[in-house]
Design a protein around this ligand. Structure first.
Ligand SMILES: [Zn+2]
Length: 279
């Protein structure tokens, strides 16, 4: 019997780069903020040595910490792009998006010496035009489509015309979409791919949903950010209550939950998105 596949993915960015806090933290102040991403990525890397994963890395972080990106690659994980400046696909002009995609790909390739073929859009803000641009820029897959529609930041895509197979969705001969895993209950889509929802839901409930997805779909795609395991990060106290709740909910317990999840899914095949898609 073939093992179910677990695709563990990390969006590498720091606590001050999240969309949630954009109204209070301008990108031109990023350089003045306390950089905590390196320590948090190390903590994740120490958990993941036996579990090949995919790291979608923000170009801004790669420029500051090239040695960290090299280490991620040398420890057996896939290095992919999360864009350069964390601008949402629908917030920037197509020409600027193209520039961002080319620049971030080149930067990561120069650091690792390997080709970068995957992309995850900031806040899953993918759309049809961005997919086209990605392919033009030499990417071979996108992993940004999140079918949970209640979050207004997420992008919208109609993928119904494309062929869906056991490894995602074939957009063209040479380009795939690998959507985030969600859980469907009575024709409603529930967010089950990780991040804040993973921190919010009780672990045993989350695990049930993952089990359901694995048995139906044969694979499960999980994501999180390094700042989600960092309870010691500076607090953005001027942010509104909802934004603070979203960002700070259960930071203390997330690391232990991840340890548990890895242990409970050791029977799965862990692989990188690129290996999984064979691209
Ligand atoms: Zn992000």
């Amino acid at each position: 019997m073939t093992k179910p596949t677990f695709l563990f993915t990390v969006d590498v960015e720091d606590w001050f780069q999240v969309e949630n806090f954009k109204p209070w933290i301008a990108p031109d102040t990023w350089s003045e903020r306390e950089l905590r991403v390196e320590h948090n990525v190390h903590r994740l890397l120490d958990l993941l040595d036996e579990f090949p994963s995919t790291f979608f890395i923000l170009g801004w972080v790669a420029e500051k910490l090239p040695h960290l990106i090299k280490e991620i690659s040398e420890r057996g994980h896939e290095v992919a792009s999360h864009g350069f400046g964390h601008q949402l696909c629908h917030d920037i002009k197509p020409a600027d998006l193209k520039q961002d995609l080319i620049h971030s790909k080149q930067l990561l390739e120069d650091i690792t010496g390997s080709e970068v073929v995957g992309y995850r859009a900031p806040s899953f803000s993918i759309n049809a035009q961005a997919l086209e641009i990605l392919e033009q820029c030499g990417y071979r897959y996108d992993s940004s489509y999140n079918s949970f529609e209640a979050n207004p930041r997420y992008g919208h895509l109609d993928l119904s015309q494309y062929r869906r197979n056991s490894r995602g969705i074939q957009i063209s001969e040479s380009f795939h979409e690998l959507p985030l895993s969600n859980f469907t209950l009575m024709s409603r889509t529930l967010p089950w791919s990780g991040g804040g929802y993973f921190r919010l839901f009780p672990y045993s409930l989350f695990r049930q949903g993952v089990r359901n997805i694995l048995s139906k779909q044969g694979y499960y795609l999980f994501y999180l950010h390094p700042w989600e395991i960092d309870d010691g990060q500076p607090r953005v106290s001027e942010a509104d209550r909802l934004s603070r709740f979203r960002h700070y909910c259960n930071l203390k317990t997330a690391y232990k939950k991840i340890q548990r999840m890895l242990r409970d899914h050791a029977h799965c095949q862990f692989t990188t998105c690129r290996e999984f898609l064979k691209v």
